[in-house]
Design a protein around this ligand. Structure first.
Ligand code: SF4
Length: 351
């Protein structure tokens, strides 16, 4: 892929508020101010996103369903023809919200980091989060079925699983034991945890980042085919090592990168999705200029020099820490310096 002249995908983390405490959280949500915009400015960000004409926008966070007015914001983009995907833990999803969600979003992904409560809750840092995620999936499944049978516009929903060392052994169980419980499930996505945010900590890299063999397996076509063979035939299954997010200079040259613009809750725009460091704000800067600055950062001598020698997942985590400290703001650096060390634990609420 050539570097396009505009971002093809947008990720907007609409809040850093979150009821969960995932050990791998890339945005450190729930442990920092939410930085949420008011309604009027959120709608301005939505308009700016529509003007960029991306293939799609992912609404993430933090927990987007905590944001008052998120349905109106999503509807604004959907009405303008933009595909809007919602990423949620499902913790706050209540039955009365499902119709609004189905109307405003083109797809919904619920995070599920294991096939058992023991594994999921430990990774997600809160007891009961597995049951809540399953309940959210049940609600979406029921709504999808009703809409299908009633001839109404389809509701597309899926499961999104972040793969770490502590749940790698359950990836196949998600296909065989979880997916069949939801007959209208549309997709199952498995992505290797990216060493960004809290997942870039040295202790996390040592204990929970996938080994290089595991990451290679997850990214291989053979394993993807195996997972597809295990899941129900009606489910689209994808698995990735997420190396496209690394922005390694060799891969960027080969066209293996993710042409995404990541927007923080207050409209600030990251130069690279997986790394700290912003290049402006969608509320004040033109999209073309933001994209130009972002692409310039990919080729910054410090970025290239730091990522060029990276060959392993652990080296990637080290490189992330260096890039984050180099390009993060003073407040970012202070936050990173305050991060608790990662300690492996058998129970939630301790990671
Ligand atoms: S649910 Fe998402 S935003 Fe919340 S702590 Fe977990 S990874 Fe972070």
């Amino acid at each position: 892929m050539e570097i396009p002249d505009r971002p093809l995908e947008i990720i907007w983390d609409v809040t850093y508020a979150c009821p969960l405490r995932c050990s791998h959280c890339y945005s450190e949500s729930g442990r920092r101010p939410s930085r949420q915009l008011d309604r009027e400015r959120m709608l301005r960000v939505a308009d700016a996103i529509v003007a960029m004409e991306p293939y799609g926008v992912s609404i993430a966070g933090g927990e987007p369903l905590l944001v008052r007015g998120i349905v109106e914001v999503a509807e604004r983009m959907t009405a303008a023809g933009t595909k809007v995907a919602l990423f949620t833990s499902g913790w706050t999803l209540r039955p009365e919200m499902v119709d609004d969600i189905a109307r405003a979003f083109s797809s919904v992904s619920v995070s599920l980091d294991g096939a058992t409560a023991e594994v999921h809750d430990r990774i997600r840092g809160r007891r009961g989060s597995f049951e809540r995620a399953l309940r959210a999936l049940e609600l979406l499944d029921e709504a999808a079925r009703e809409r299908r049978l009633g001839g109404r516009e389809r509701l597309s929903f899926g499961i999104d699983c972040v793969v770490v060392r502590g749940n790698f052994h359950q990836v196949e169980d998600v296909c065989t034991a979880i997916a069949p419980r939801f007959p209208d499930l549309g997709s199952l996505s498995f992505g290797a945890v990216v060493p960004e945010g809290l997942a870039s900590r040295a202790g996390f890299a040592e204990h929970e980042l996938l080994s290089d063999d595991q990451a290679a397996l997850l990214g291989s076509g053979e394993y993807g085919a195996r997972l597809r063979s295990l899941a129900p035939p009606f489910v689209r299954v994808s698995a990735t090592d997420n190396l496209a997010l690394q922005m390694h200079p060799d891969r960027v040259r080969e066209g293996i990168f993710f042409p995404v613009l990541q927007i923080e809750p207050d409209g600030a725009v990251r130069a690279m999705a997986a790394y700290e460091g912003t290049v402006g704000n969608v509320l004040t800067d033109s999209p073309a200029e933001l994209w130009r600055r972002a692409v310039e950062r990919w080729h910054d001598p410090f970025v290239v020099g730091t990522l060029a020698p990276v060959r392993t997942m652990r080296e990637w985590a080290e490189a992330t820490r260096a890039i984050d400290h180099r390009f993060g703001s003073e407040a970012d650096r202070a936050r990173m310096d305050r991060r608790p060390e990662f300690r492996p634990t058998a129970a939630p609420d301790m990671g």
